[in-house]
Design a protein around this ligand. Structure first.
Ligand SMILES: [Zn+2]
Length: 378
């Protein structure tokens, strides 16, 4: 369950939490103003727009692949910033859809998009979107035009999962198929076999300044018959991820933020950097992770290519197998199969695999949703 502070607003109940002071926010804003919206690469502080975008080539979204998602794997694409398209058990969902040119009030203030968005909501070939998860109400995660375009295309059939006290924001836009969740609350998605769970995160919420922490924030675990995806949302590092790993791990695919960690004095409580992201990957027992929340908006507190560079270093330092936690190309469609055999292909894993196949066959014959992984997790 979420926690309210003495002021009656939502809060973060961990010793790692430290709210910003106004002085810190002013310092952050000043640092931001020192750099152009576009153009900060490692070793090139005044990079041109062309130089920056050349570092982040966008892959055309493979709509044919999205139209035929595999039955035995998660299929996912990083659309940019915190937006991912994920397919699991025949369902398609989006995380924090942001398609606009600017992330701020009236789409006129705030960071600009530097890297093009590979997804066009109005493309007739785009597969039906079943639901959307929204981590919190900051402008780069909850964007009015993106929400309106999705609503115009998919209408009231499209279900929105949001943290507590955010449904009213959707109702003001005429969107009523909205389910609010508290931390650790889980609900079945009515049109599929998926379960949606809101997970805690160390962050904040606000759109207009005065409404700081009025609505809740979090991440989402989407649990299917055999696999589960976890979207971290926006978060600083905190002890809850170990707990999450115990309750909901191992997760087959984690979507973890790695950017916007500068300056640390301001950002550390609310955003994790690459090395903390690797720690989160390990805490939640992720089999694979994709880096999000970097390399998309022009101003990220530092060079746009720094987070993915530091991620490589952090993953190597933690001795993660190659590509276990990677930064991927915008728009690339990737698959994460149901069963990844252990790298040591000894007798034990062969035996384990046979037991899993047998259990799977029995489970399918019996028509239950019992998954062998849960058996192993006990
Ligand atoms: Zn945020």
């Amino acid at each position: 369950m979420s926690v309210l502070g003495a002021d009656g607003k939502f809060t973060n109940p961990w010793p790692t939490w430290q709210p910003h002071t106004l002085g810190q926010l002013a310092k952050w804003w000043w640092a931001k103003e020192q750099h152009a919206w576009y153009g900060w690469l490692m070793g090139n502080e005044k990079a041109s727009y062309e130089q920056v975008t050349a570092q982040f080539p966008v892959a055309p979204l493979d709509l044919a692949a999205l139209g035929k998602p595999p039955s035995n794997a998660i299929q996912a694409s990083w659309i940019g910033h915190a937006t991912c398209l994920v397919q699991l058990d025949g369902c398609t969902f989006l995380t924090d859809p942001f398609f606009s040119q600017r992330a701020g009030p009236w789409n006129r203030l705030g960071p600009r998009r530097t890297v093009k968005c590979p997804l066009d909501v109005d493309d007739p070939q785009l597969p039906h979107i079943d639901f959307i998860v929204i981590s919190h109400n900051h402008y780069d995660h909850l964007d009015v035009p993106s929400v309106q375009r999705l609503h115009a295309r998919f209408g009231q059939h499209l279900r929105w999962y949001v943290p507590l006290k955010l449904a009213v924001w959707f109702e003001a836009l005429g969107i009523t198929n909205v389910q609010e969740l508290d931390w650790w609350q889980e609900v079945p998605h009515p049109a599929s076999s998926l379960t949606v769970i809101l997970t805690p995160a160390q962050h904040e919420s606000s759109r207009l300044g005065y409404d700081r922490r009025h609505s809740l924030w979090g991440g989402f675990c989407v649990r299917g018959k055999w696999q589960r995806v976890w979207f971290a949302g926006d978060t600083g590092y905190c002890p809850v991820f170990k707990e999450l790993g115990e309750h909901l791990g191992p997760v087959d695919l984690a979507l973890i933020p790695i950017g916007n960690y500068r300056p640390a004095s301001v950002m550390r409580p609310v955003h994790c950097g690459p090395s903390e992201a690797v720690q989160i990957h390990q805490d939640v027992k992720a089999k694979a992770s994709i880096a999000i929340h970097h390399g998309t908006l022009g101003w990220d507190g530092g060079p746009m290519d720094e987070p993915r560079h530091l991620l490589k270093e952090a993953a190597a330092a933690a001795q993660l197998p190659q590509d276990t936690f990677r930064s991927v190309q915008h728009g690339a469609v990737l698959q994460f199969p149901k069963h990844q055999l252990e790298s040591t292909n000894g007798m034990l894993s062969k035996y384990k695999r046979r037991v899993e196949l047998l259990l799977e066959a029995v489970s399918q014959w019996h028509g239950t949703m019992w998954a062998p992984e849960y058996f192993h997790a006990e």
